[in-house]
Design a protein around this ligand. Structure first.
Ligand SMILES: [Zn+2]
Length: 305
């Protein structure tokens, strides 16, 4: 999946905290410590240390973070987005902004775009402090998606996921999907019923996958308002495979089997590999977000059931 070279992108769309180490001395004790609800791509909040760090809440969030650094300052075109991970994140966010602005309006949902932070090592979010171990996540408190670019490398090494461009974009689109859920008032389902094969958490995560697929299916028709050109070139079958491989690699059954050799659906928070792929494709083939109602699905293994 690649961007049209001459599409214009705005480096200021994403707060780039790479290289500066975020804010110095953020993580006392060095552990992952995120409080409050976060929606990560891989791990549910229950694996995070939720104790003893509430003092860091209300730290201001993305708005007060550093200005874009030289690294992302050159991210001004689709051409840069095709060759650089950080620029790709920015261009992906802009494509998502344009797509969801229209799609939410069509569905009677008031839209404002999420913030996004690109970091390396560690960062402070409105939901507390996080490191790259957390994986990419969305924090509803400051309505910001947090992405660590080094995660892409670990992603490939640990989970066998594809690091292809569309796989990276799937991650961003999934987190953006949580923002759409936040706007629609659907995020509480994840908190009320946080674990298990048919839990609210799994339904929330599979809906974010479906929303990622929905965007992917429409991305090649979404236009940059400044140039009037489409952001993205038509998607190839190989690129879809990349995204599906990424979705499969973050399935709960795959992660459990890799970690312990055992699969325990009662502990699932995100859904199985097959379910994550199925809901991505459900969105990819769909016309609108109504097709992603995982909360009403009788059988999560069969989208549309
Ligand atoms: Zn998620």
């Amino acid at each position: 999946m690649s961007f049209n070279d001459d599409v214009q992108i705005d480096p200021g769309r994403v707060s780039d905290q790479r290289g500066g180490g975020g804010r110095g001395g953020l993580v006392a004790g060095g552990g992952v410590s995120v409080v409050g609800l976060i929606l990560a791509l891989i791990f549910g909040p229950q694996v995070l240390d939720q104790g003893g760090d509430s003092g860091s809440q209300g730290g201001g969030g993305a708005q007060s973070q550093q200005q874009p650094q030289a690294d992302s300052a050159r991210c001004t075109s689709g051409k840069a987005a095709n060759s650089d991970d950080g620029c790709r994140l920015i261009a992906t966010m802009e494509s998502l902004d344009e797509y969801w602005k229209t799609e939410t309006a069509d569905n009677g949902i008031r839209f404002h775009r999420p913030e996004a932070v690109l970091f390396s090592g560690q960062t402070r979010s409105g939901c507390g402090q996080a490191t790259s171990d957390t994986g990419p996540f969305y924090c509803p408190v400051d309505e910001t998606a947090y992405v660590d670019t080094s995660f892409y490398k670990d992603f490939t090494r640990q989970f066998g996921g594809s690091s292809g461009p569309l796989a990276q974009m799937y991650i961003v689109a999934h987190e953006y999907g949580h923002h759409v859920q936040n706007l629609a008032g659907d995020l509480s389902e994840s908190q009320h019923d946080p674990q298990g094969k048919s839990s609210g958490a799994v339904r929330t995560e599979l809906q974010a996958d479906c929303y990622a697929g929905l965007w992917a299916g429409h991305a090649a028709r979404t236009k940059d308002p400044e140039s009037g050109k489409t952001f993205i070139k038509p998607i190839t079958q190989t690129q879809i495979k990349d995204a599906l491989a990424a979705a499969a690699s973050v399935g709960d059954d795959h992660i459990q089997e890799t970690a312990s050799g055992r699969i325990n659906p009662d502990a699932w928070t995100h859904g199985s590999s097959a379910e994550r792929q199925a809901w991505f494709m459900q969105g990819y083939r769909a016309q609108s977000m109504g097709a992603c109602n995982t909360f009403r699905a009788a059988d999560l293994d069969r989208p549309g059931s």
